[in-house]
Design a protein around this ligand. Structure first.
Ligand SMILES: Cc1cc2nc3c(=O)[nH]c(=O)nc-3n(C[C@H](O)[C@H](O)[C@H](O)COP(=O)(O)OP(=O)(O)OC[C@H]3O[C@@H](n4cnc5c(N)ncnc54)[C@H](O)[C@@H]3O)c2cc1C
Length: 369
């Protein structure tokens, strides 16, 4: 039975970032992943490093998202140095477009409320003229936007690949095709994991298995009541650069293709695509960028977000099994910087960062209590 300082269950963006971040601290780390049969948000997402609307109603989440955006350049640089993989991070700021006055007013109210709750991320409303100057290709149907200077985007597939590669470079083990079926507290502390016929031992454990976390968490006294929320994404052929900014529904990659998306559908574990939702996505985006009308669509997909009941992350150390941690969120790209550079060292040191009590799943039990 192989033994490690830390085992992370789940090789998506959350688990990958924590595993690499811990290996950088000198720990022996194994990253166990179910493999290609699993639901994997990390392989189907939109690639935003998005801060402006994160943490409305929960200031610590707003601060954590901002912190992650701040350290993201360090993450990208470290991965480039370790693996020669450029994750295509760009942080020119992000725009949330509004298509009518009611949307604009609601957005302005939300940005003001967030400012009052958690201080500024520098987000401000921009009117039609300023927005047109920032994005000349914008359609006449867009009346204004909110703009956050610390929003950005990256290539999420390259990020996932780079995290795995960087872990391997540090001597860590990335072990796909290992579905963890059982976890037991070992003698004298630590844990034993069963994955098929194989067993693994570790001093510390992180459950970051996305939608698979729900089943694993109770084995070590944790609660991760996550559910799927589908998003569908359309990808066009490569186009001349027309949009540097990150936006909530359309993003032009460093390679020129355009991603359109942001549907939110409660359809259980169905990660397929549907024509009506694709039509809605395309129609809304044509109002924003009429120039897309002649673009060829080259790919579409559906993927499942990993949602907690209130949409905020869960970070928690087990009270009954100290050394076992839960980590899940629905913004694994945005939070990759903070997960790798701040959360992972804290977990290795045996405690979550201070102030993280608010992220405990105990918040879902208040009513019952
Ligand atoms: C359509 C869409 C758009 C999104 N857009 C953005 C965005 O723009 N910005 C952003 O920050 N985030 C975005 N996200 C969210 C982001 O993709 C996720 O937060 C991120 O992928 C992290 O997910 P994860 O690692 O928790 O889970 P996953 O990526 O789902 O990974 C979980 C992993 O756990 C493994 N696993 C499960 N059970 C077991 C088991 N028993 N044993 C071993 N391994 C197991 C699986 O193999 C899987 O690889 C989006 C998601 C979707 C679906």
């Amino acid at each position: 039975m192989k033994a490690y300082d830390l085992i992370v269950i789940g090789g998506g963006l959350v688990g990958g970032a924590i595993a690499w971040g811990a290996a950088r601290q000198g720990a022996s780390v194994a990253l166990l992943d179910e493999g290609d049969v699993a639901y994997r948000a990390a392989r189907g997402n939109f690639g935003l490093v998005w801060v402006q609307s994160k943490g409305a109603g929960m200031p610590p989440y707003a601060h954590w998202s901002r912190r992650s955006s701040e350290v993201w350049p360090q993450l990208a640089a470290a991965l480039l140095q370790a693996t020669e993989l450029d994750v295509a991070l760009r942080q020119p700021g992000g725009l949330h477009f509004c298509l009518n006055d009611a949307e604009l007013e609601a957005r302005a109210e939300m940005i003001q409320r967030m400012h009052n709750e958690s201080g500024g991320s520098g987000t401000r409303m921009v009117g039609r003229a300023e927005m047109k100057a920032m994005v000349p290709a914008i359609g006449d149907g867009v009346v204004g936007a909110s703009y956050c200077p610390i929003d950005g985007h990256a290539n999420p597939l390259k990020l996932l690949r780079a995290l795995h590669a960087a872990l391997l470079k540090l001597g860590g083990a990335y072990l796909p095709g290992r579905t963890v079926d059982a976890i037991a507290g070992g003698e004298g502390g630590g844990f034993t994991l069963q994955a098929g016929a194989e067993r693994f031992a570790c001093a510390k454990l992180v459950i970051a298995a996305g939608l698979g976390s729900r089943k694993l968490a109770p084995m070590v006294g944790l609660d991760m009541p996550v559910t799927p929320l589908r998003g569908q994404i359309i990808v066009t052929e490569r186009m001349r650069p027309f949009l540097d900014y990150a936006t909530h529904v359309v993003r032009q990659t460093d390679e020129g293709s355009v991603l359109l998306g942001d549907s939110q559908e409660d359809v259980g574990f169905d990660n397929g695509t549907t024509v009506p939702v694709m039509q809605d996505i395309a129609a809304r985006n044509l109002v924003m960028f009429p120039g897309l009308k002649d673009a060829n669509i080259v790919r579409v997909w559906g993927a499942l977000r990993v949602m907690t009941p209130d949409g905020y992350p869960i970070y928690e150390q087990s009270r009954t099994h100290p050394g076992a941690f839960a980590a899940t969120c629905h913004s694994g790209v945005t939070l990759a910087g903070a997960h790798a550079l701040e959360l992972a060292p804290a977990i290795l040191a045996g405690a979550l960062p201070s102030g993280f009590d608010v992220f405990s799943s105990r918040r879902f039990h208040v009513q019952a209590a």
